[in-house]
Design a protein around this ligand. Sequence first.
Ligand SMILES: [Zn+2]
Length: 341
Amino acid sequence: MELTLVVVALVGLLLGRLAAGWSAVMLRDWYSGGLLNCLNCQTPVVPFDRWVRPLPIRCNCGTRTVWWHMGSAVGLSLLFTAFTWLMLSMDCQGLEEVRPALSNVYARLPFHLFLIFLLWTATVTDLLDYMIPDPIVVTGIVVAVIAATATGDLQMIHIWVNWDNVIPGVQGPYLPQWMKDHQHLHGLAWSLSGLLCGSAFTWVVRHLSGWMLGYPALGSGDVTLMAMVGAFIGWQPVLCSLALAPIAGLVVGLLVRVFQGKSFVAFGPYLAVSTVVVISTWRWIWADYFRMRIIFSHWPSVVGLVGAALGSLFILLLGLRLFRSIPVETRRSKSDGQAAE
Ligand SMILES: [Zn+2]
């Protein structure tokens, strides 16, 4: 256990540093935070500094020092360690109806750590220049769908579980027989259903907000990001994550406003935060505390949940509209979803 945490912390440091280099490369034509070219004199940063150097990067012109890549390494390492501890010590995804044959340490833990790495990279690029580059989500979708299908054993929750007619000690939850007979098909099905659910919901919000506010409040990058998240975690968790995102938006937005005194309009980081919260607290959300399994046992309740999620997202969108009415000089809007104002 302690050894696993140390290994995960070191891997987190390494991947967090790589995330910084990868972000800079993907943002080549936009604002790459000084990891590609000096922010002052445009001198190219050598590859060693871009990808590996742990210390602050100083240009010969001496005026600017890039240090945020260190924050990326340390931050991802802390996140990795905390999530691993929650998985192994608190059994934060343990459900009685999902009993994977593969050990968490070798299957779902690395699977979800990889999701966290991709979300981290997307957050970095979104913070740097309001972009979620396609290479991140394409990598994620390919890895998630293939791994889910090949193992048939990575789901946080099966594609359908009915808790309606459960009699404790006598009759357990109903699970469709085909899921047990066709493990790999089920892997493909839950992953694709998550992909469709995450992207469709975000797409609807994007276009409704475009119609309502005059500009889409979510970028096309947010749609593909939630497709990727859905492919990793399935349709029920991705809906929970979308419902939670506005709360994350309020909390993070308020903190940023209080500590930095500026409004913060990229939506991707909120989606990333709420996704990490969902995978870190899934047992309590699904079974022990919020008992979402009851809602996800029949379709009318699912429809009600989707309606509530849409409603709460719109409240946040209206808040964003108010923020946006305050001019912010440094705001850049490069992704096609966020037209310059
Ligand atoms: Zn320079």
